[in-house]
Write a protein that binds this ligand. Structure first.
Ligand SMILES: Cc1cc2nc3c(=O)[nH]c(=O)nc-3n(C[C@H](O)[C@H](O)[C@H](O)COP(=O)(O)O)c2cc1C
Length: 199
């Protein structure tokens, strides 16, 4: 039997990021859960910001933004960025900030991974302004760079120790890996399918 909740966008879990933009010449960051991948090739991501946020103003001004992925040790600063606005508080002093190829998408050095994005589409829906960004560069702390057969590979998520949020209003850290993508389902393939698996 199922009970009915009030309609709620209940998708678990929610990765927490700091969205960055340059507003009136100053770097600003807002904590967001509403962000995600729109495609891997080309690399497309989205962020959904309340239209009145200070950060939103900066993205609209410059057509650029950053997504900074904090690790759990930054939790209190991350939460702080989600409860104060850059309109009242200068959040640019909270972190070491660097700029990349676009020159006006501020990124946070203390976050182990940073995505520098150019807006390729933006639209308003209800109270939100949604931005789709093309990732022009991805930065990772050197300590996490791994090479396999001379090729750089994506760092192990456990090392990055991301902050996870959920609609029970709690922050979590990730747990154990439990399997490998495109592999775990193979045991259900029929004999014929096993010869031509889809990718
Ligand atoms: C855990 C958490 C998640 C949040 N997720 C979002 C979000 O996805 N989109 C959004 O517009 N605001 C979100 N917020 C609220 C903004 O971070 C907050 O209003 C912030 O003060 C806006 O800052 P700004 O005015 O400097 O841009 C979130 C806050 C917290 C604490």
């Amino acid at each position: 039997m199922k009970a009915k909740l009030d309609p709620i966008a209940l998708i678990y879990p929610i990765p927490i990021a700091l969205a960055g933009s340059k507003v009136a010449g100053r770097a600003n960051f807002a904590t967001i859960g509403d962000c995600g991948i729109m495609g891997l090739s080309p690399p497309l991501v989205y962020i959904s910001l309340h239209r009145d946020h200070f950060t939103t103003q900066g993205v609209l001004e410059n057509h650029t933004f950053s997504i900074n992925l904090p690790s759990t040790e930054l939790l209190s600063l991350v939460d702080y960025c989600g409860i104060v606005s850059g309109r009242e508080v200068d959040k640019s002093t909270l972190f070491d900030i660097f700029y990349g190829e676009l020159g006006n998408a501020p990124m946070i050095a203390e976050c182990p991974a940073n995505l520098e994005c150019r807006v390729v589409k933006g639209f308003r829906i209800e109270q939100r302004q949604v931005f789709v960004g093309r990732v022009v560069q991805t930065y990772i702390d050197e300590a996490f760079v791994q090479k396999v057969n001379g090729r750089q590979v994506i760092p192990n998520m456990r090392q990055l120790d991301p902050i996870i949020y959920a609609l029970d209003n709690r922050y979590y850290r990730i747990g154990e890996p439990i399997g490998e993508g495109y592999q775990e389902g193979r045991k259900h393939l029929s004999k014929d399918e096993a010869l031509t698996p889809s990718s």
